[in-house]
Design a protein around this ligand. Structure first.
Ligand code: SF4
Ligand code: SF4
Length: 446
């Protein structure tokens, strides 16, 4: 076993040691309830979790169901009176249980397949929406960077790259010394960890984290909630880094006075934030930031914000619940007289961007709002055009130019695969045919 794997074992063992077996973590778990596990059996389930941690796998049947259902909401951690990071404990236990029931090669093949699929979609979507000089800048190796601050994008936000451009605008407006780094060569290794392929995880996610340190940056600002959670719980807690690590929204909220001083007049808006709990103080930070934007009124809506820490990802297995969350949000926003939904993360933005085709609402990311309040931003959100399913002329014209600029060709099979990627995700959307037809025509241009 590697030193890293030993340390993970030690973190789980420490949790088991501190646990009093009260069962509060299981009682509040939303996904355990979603699959019908009885809250009255909380003490039994937690006992099984401790037994797996101390004695090894496989997991008892009820525990295995709980582990499989977990989507990382962190309601358990918030409920634990002992201050145990139960989400982290469950994540490590899940990997351990998987390792006990199947050869590592099976998990490695699954992880490689998932990574390949994601990398292909990210590469195409980024190449359809970003100038090559910006893309090259993002993909350049982390260890070669020299700035004080590293803005780490992760992989998947490059499907909606206007968000990255917004953040770059904001940091630039703050006159900070920063580099932006991301893409699949700097993956956080989430698939490998989830599939219990620890050796490959160490060469990917663990290595990415070490590369941040090698850059000499004093601060790493994360974007992706999954990268933030993984690096926080599977790296920072394993070995304290030399740099500060935190989500960009928390950093911006901590510098609110500096931002406010630069805000310019904005149009009147009534805004609902699509909220997720579970990733540090991100939701509170975004609320504070938006509250400071001139002429922006926050409309409070009761939301199912504790079900998952973000849309999609591990929560994607609960399609019905996610659909209900999206519809209730959009309908609640309309009923409350809001004109705009503001998304927190990129996966939520992908899920909700198409709401404009169905409801009288605008959907923007919080970075759109902040960048524009600083007199910057305004980057076209092509993904929203794809998802809304209206006229594709603008999106196709941009893609034609960016693809040529990036030296990337798109074929009909890629368009089919992208159409499935974009429209099979749970969320609100217009016509998928509009995207498929327009981009198939682009692919046929050769
Ligand atoms: S992280 Fe959320 S889904 Fe996972 S065990 Fe904890 S409460 Fe349940
Ligand atoms: S809430 Fe905390 S102390 Fe109670 S069973 Fe869960 S992990 Fe143990």
């Amino acid at each position: 076993m590697s030193a890293y794997a030993d340390r993970l074992e030690a973190l789980a063992a420490e949790a088991a040691d501190r646990c009093t077996g009260c069962g509060k973590c299981f009682e509040v778990c939303p996904t355990a309830r979603e699959i019908g596990l009885d809250a009255a059996e909380a003490k039994v389930r937690v006992g099984e979790l401790a037994a797996l941690t101390v004695n090894g796998g496989p997991a008892a049947d009820g525990l295995q169901k709980w582990l499989n259902a977990c989507d990382g909401s962190a309601r358990c951690t918030d409920a634990c009176p002992e201050g145990i990071n139960v989400r982290q404990w469950v994540t490590i236990a899940k990997m351990k249980a998987l390792n006990a029931t199947r050869p590592r090669e099976v998990g490695a093949a699954n992880a490689a397949g998932r990574f390949r699929h994601m990398a292909q979609a990210v590469r195409l979507l980024a190449s359809m929406q970003l100038p090559s000089e910006t893309l090259k800048k993002i993909l350049e190796p982390a260890e070669r960077r020299t700035a004080e601050i590293l803005f780490y994008t992760g992989c998947n936000v490059l499907r909606t790259p206007h968000i990255v451009l917004n953040v770059m605008d904001i940091l630039d407006a703050m006159q900070l010394d920063f580099d932006v780094v991301g893409g699949t060569a700097h993956c956080c290794g989430v698939y490998q960890f989830q599939e219990a392929d620890l050796p490959t995880y160490e060469r990917m996610g663990h290595r990415t984290f070490q590369r941040f340190g090698q850059s000499g940056a004093s601060k790493v600002l994360t974007w992706c909630p999954t990268c933030t959670k993984n690096f926080d719980e599977l790296e920072k807690d394993v070995e304290e880094p030399f740099f500060d690590l935190g989500h960009i929204s928390e950093f911006l909220a901590a510098n609110l006075d500096a931002l406010k001083a630069r805000f310019i007049d904005q149009p009147k808006r009534r805004v609902v934030i699509h909220e997720h709990l579970g990733i540090g103080a991100t939701v509170d930070s975004i609320r504070r930031l938006l509250s400071a934007v001139p002429n922006l009124e926050l409309v409070e809506l009761v939301q199912d914000s504790g079900f998952s820490y973000a849309c999609g990802g591990q929560a994607a297995k609960f399609k019905g619940r996610e659909q209900a969350i999206h519809r209730a949000l959009a309908e609640g926003a309309v009923a409350a007289g809001a004109d705009t939904i503001v998304t927190m993360y990129h996966s939520c933005h992908r899920a909700l961007a198409g709401a404009e085709a169905v409801y009288p609402l605008r959907v923007v990311n919080f970075t759109d709002v902040i960048a524009e309040a600083l007199g910057r931003g305004g980057h076209p959100d092509y993904y929203r055009l794809y998802k809304a399913g209206g006229a594709m002329d603008e999106a196709v014209a941009a893609a034609r130019q960016f693809l040529a600029n990036n030296g990337v060709r798109i074929d009909e099979a890629s368009v089919q695969s992208l159409t499935a990627d974009i429209f099979d995700e749970t969320g609100l959307a217009g016509s998928r045919e509009a995207f498929a037809q327009a981009f198939t025509a682009l692919a046929k241009e050769g």
